[in-house]
Write a protein that binds this ligand. Sequence first.
Ligand SMILES: Cc1ncc(COP(=O)(O)O)c(C=O)c1O
Length: 281
Amino acid sequence: MSICYLNGKFLELSEARVSVLDRGFIFGDAVYEVIPAPGGRFFGLDEHLVRLERSLAAVQIAAPMAAEGWSAVLNELLVRNAGGDVAVYLQVTRGVAERDHAFPRDITPTVFAMCKPLPAQQGLARVSAITLPDNRWGRCDIKSTSLLANVLLRNEAVRRGCYEALLVRDGRLTEGAASNVFVVHGGRVRTPPLGPALLAGVTRGLIIDALARAGCEVEEADIEVAELAGADEIWLTSSSRDLVCVATLDQRRIGDGEHYPIAATALAALAAERQRRESAA
Ligand SMILES: Cc1ncc(COP(=O)(O)O)c(C=O)c1O
């Protein structure tokens, strides 16, 4: 897992070098993706590349390559790292320039990608979470590496012995510090609607579609923080962990703390979609 890609070359991670004037280092002026490849095969690559293109356009970084180019580079990276259960971390920064907030026009983006292990997932994981005020910026739909608020929020959750922080803005749930959130009440499944307040998670989208095919409609609707305590199920979704259940929120049990039947259906529907794509490939 030690081979990375940097600006057109595959090389040992320990040998990869980026200028200290890179705007990704100086300003966090960069966007990224984390793309899962269980068994060494990408799941959701097209969706991740579409979102990457959206993020690049939103921050006015010219796309360094088109989807076919990304696909070739990232698949080659998997091959060079000999597969396994990995996720590819891909980052595009605006590039190297004299330090100035305003950016020059003719600047070459820095492109970096590496593999990291995908956490092992066996069935439905159960985790603890806390709620915290969402103090991030107003464009959380852009997958930017400027993650200081997310870092502090997740770290506060971990410091309090929890896995994730569920973020609340104006009394409503937005998402987790590094995940999207689904909430179930009496069989009704909701997730907060897309917009600038949250990331359009690829796993979120895959689960909404997979559940619809299994006959369960997810409502993209606002969720008041006051509703969370009475939820039957709360799940967190992300590309690296698929779906995990929140068994306790702010030290209060969610549901019976053990059984999360709709989450199990969602996880099975996601696995079926992965299987279907692998068979079709
Ligand atoms: C803030 C935030 N929301 C949601 C997600 C989930 O997105 P995805 O399912 O595309 O991994 C992530 C993933 O890292 C994230 O950082």
